[in-house]
Design a binder for this molecule. Structure first.
Ligand code: EPU
Length: 337
């Protein structure tokens, strides 16, 4: 265990924050040892994975940061076209997707290029291009931090929703996900419906894409819209897309006939927060340290030299102005420490 560790390399926003205690877990047995330590028992703790969805709002994290770094990817079951793959929590998510695509396993390709680690993926049920983690999630193993016992969480037990799971709510901070099992298939099953995918493939004269071509297309689409976190600090989408009731949407659509939207199964309508923020005039806005990404208004960026609080202030100003203009309250997808 280390003390006074600079967390700047461990959060994709690149904010400076010092962890009072910091420990890196390379083996699940290290976790069992850790939970017996006085630091673990007395200090508040934060489980850090890739650090791609966290905003440090203070200069010091007054507790214990646990960085998950366990490795390993293996096929644990194969039956005809069906494959079950187990990945340890510390595996890099985009690398995991690349490996599955290279093996010809379908089921996670639309989630290509999302920065982060495997263990964090179920926590917020990552999603992109018409696919969510829950679609290929079979089960995960997690450690109860009070007892050290492991528990299996089935897909149902995780209570997945749009960027939601039980690990963000009832069980927040109580369990650490140690590995995830994915139900994949060797049978071609590509999801191409999401608007940009078809357009991109058409523009590149790809009529019948292979699994690899779809993976590469998604990487290219993401690169064209989202900042590379190695170059510019961000946490991907900062807000969730709000869901409004049909009557409110109809009023909005009368005022803005071209408003993009997605119908929800329950009759409500999801509206892209990026569109609302752009229409409220924020796209490309910046001050010295932070701003709104010029190619995708849903992404808040850190140009360097700023503090987490700058992003908090900016996000509150955006929330207020979107609410004043459209009567819709947008809420953050990113976790605040
Ligand atoms: N739009 C604008 N202006 C903007 C941004 C978007 O008008 O500045 C419009 C677009 O033209 C489009 C619509 O909003 O009509 C949706 O935009 P986009 O396809 O870029 O997706 P999004 O809804 O903004 C969501 C996810 C992303 C994911 C993409 C692609 C959320 C919060 N975000 O963004 O996930 O990559 O769809 O599937 O659901 C993330 O969670 O970190 C993330 C990047």
């Amino acid at each position: 265990m280390k003390t006074n560790v600079n967390l700047q390399p461990y959060n994709s926003f690149g904010f400076k924050a010092t962890a009072k205690h910091f420990v890196e877990i390379n083996d699940v047995n290290d976790l069992l040892e850790l939970i017996k330590t006085p630091e673990f028992k007395t200090e508040k703790h934060l489980i850090l994975s890739g650090g791609n969805n966290i905003l440090f709002t203070n200069d010091c994290f007054d507790g214990l940061v646990i960085l998950m770094n366990t490795k390993g990817i293996e096929v644990i079951h194969e039956d005809g076209d069906d494959v079950i793959v187990r990945a340890q929590a510390g595996e890099d998510w985009p690398e995991f997707v690349k490996q599955m695509v290279a093996k010809g396993f379908y089921g996670v390709e639309n989630l290509a290029h999302i920065p982060g680690k495997v263990g964090a993926a179920p926590v917020q049920n990552i999603g992109a291009y018409g696919m969510e983690l829950k679609d290929s999630f079979l089960q995960c193993e997690a450690m109860d931090l009070a007892t050290g016992k492991t528990r299996i969480f089935t897909n149902e037990a995780c209570c997945f929703g749009y960027r939601e799971s039980i690990f963000k709510h009832e069980l927040k901070g109580l369990y650490i996900i140690t590995s995830v099992d994915f139900q994949l298939t060797k049978k071609s099953d590509l999801k191409l419906e999401y608007g940009n995918i078809k357009t991109y493939l058409e523009q590149n004269d790809i009529v019948h894409p292979s699994l690899q071509q779809l993976h590469d297309a998604i990487c290219a689409i993401r690169d064209s819209k989202l900042p590379d976190v190695k170059q510019l600090g961000s946490a991907g989408s900062f807000f969730k897309n709000p869901v409004v009731d049909k009557a409110q949407f109809d009023t909005l659509q009368q005022a803005y006939p071209t408003i993009p939207h997605y119908d929800e199964p329950d009759g409500r309508v999801k509206v892209p927060a990026g569109w609302l923020i752009e229409k409220a005039g924020w796209k490309g806005w910046r001050d010295e340290h932070v701003g709104v990404y010029e190619k995708q208004a849903l992404v808040l960026v850190h140009y360097g030299g700023g503090r987490g609080q700058d992003i908090v202030n900016l996000s509150q100003r955006i929330q207020k102005s979107v609410e004043e203009k459209f009567g819709i309250r947008i809420s953050p997808e990113v976790n605040f420490d």
